[in-house]
Design a protein around this ligand. Sequence first.
Ligand SMILES: C[S@@+](CC[C@H](N)C(=O)[O-])C[C@H]1O[C@@H](n2cnc3c(N)ncnc32)[C@H](O)[C@@H]1O
Length: 314
Amino acid sequence: MSWKRKIKNLQKKDNIMSVTTLSQVLKQGKEELKRSDIPKYALDAEVILSGVLSASREYLFVHPEKELSVQDRDVFFADIKKRKQGTPLAYIIGYKQFYGFDFYVNKEVLIPRPETELIIDSIAEHKRNPSVFTKNTALLDMGTGSGCLVVTSALKFNALVKEYFAVDICQKALKISYKNANKHNVSHCIKFLHGNLMEPIFFNIKEFLCYENLIITANLPYLTEEQYKKAPSIWKEPSFALLGGEYGLDLYKDFIHQLKLFKTRTNLSLALFLEIDPGQKNRVTGIINSEFPGCLLDFKKDIRGKTKIAIVRF
Ligand SMILES: C[S@@+](CC[C@H](N)C(=O)[O-])C[C@H]1O[C@@H](n2cnc3c(N)ncnc32)[C@H](O)[C@@H]1O
C-alpha cells in the first residue's frame, strides 16, 4: 500500500472514530452512500443501522444522542461499505419482506421480488374455482429459492391445500426455504425435495396419486444473457437463479415437457402459475400450446401493465 493511501485510510479511521452518537453515525453513513450514488441512500443507511442495533427505525430518531458501542459502529460502517460496493440491502440485513412476511435471504437465494406476489394474488382469485381447488389439492413450488411462494401459500391457503412440495436444484437454497418454513411454523406441511425440475417428483410419483388437483407455482430463471449483462443491480444474486438460456425459456420448455409426462402418468388436473418476462408472452404461448393443445391459458399484468404471470389449466 502506498504511503498516500495509508494516510488517507488513517484519516478515514479518525473520522469514523470521532462519530459516536446515532445521529452522527447515521449522517456519515448517509453521506457515504450518497457519494456512491446509492439511490435510496438515506433509507438504506437507516435500515442498516436499525439492523445492526436490532431496533426499529423510529428508535434512531427518538434517541439521536445515544452513544454507539465501538463494535456496533464498526459493523455499521462495514455494512455501509458492502452497500457502496453494490451488495443488495436484503443480503446485508439478511431478510426481505414478501406478501407482508419476513423471509431470511442470503447470497444462495434470489431476493423475493414484489411482482412475484402476483402469483399469490392469482391463486387467491381461483380460490372458488373447482378446477383449481378441490378437497384433494396439493401444491408444488418449482425452483423454490427462499421459499417465499410455498411458505406464503401455506400461510394463505392453509386449509385449502392438503400438502405442499418445494423443489430446488440448489441444496443451500433448500436449507433457506426450510428455515423460512420453520420461522413461519409451516415446515410440517411442506416436503422439500432436491433435484433437477420434475426429477424428484417422478421419483416420488406415488405420493401424488391420492390427489385430484395440483397447483404449481414456478418462478424459474428466465432472463437472457443480454438482459443480465444490462442489469448490474442483480449481479450479486446467484446467476443460476436468473439465467434461462437463449430467449430465457430453456428451463420452462423442459419443465412444461416434463409436466406433460407427469399428467399422463397421474391424470391430475393441473393449474400452473408461472412468472415470465413480458417479452416472452408469445413464445410461452407457443410452448404451452404445443405440449397442451386445448388448455386454458390466461396472462396477468403487473401494476405497470406488463404481462408477468401465465396461468395454465389442463
Ligand atoms: C428466479 S429464482 C426464484 C426463487 C423463488 N421461487 C422466488 O420466486 O423468489 C429460481 C430458482 O430456481 C432454482 N432452479 C434453477 N434451475 C433449476 C432446476 N433445473 N431445477 C430446480 N430448480 C432450479 C434456482 O436455484 C432458484 O432458487
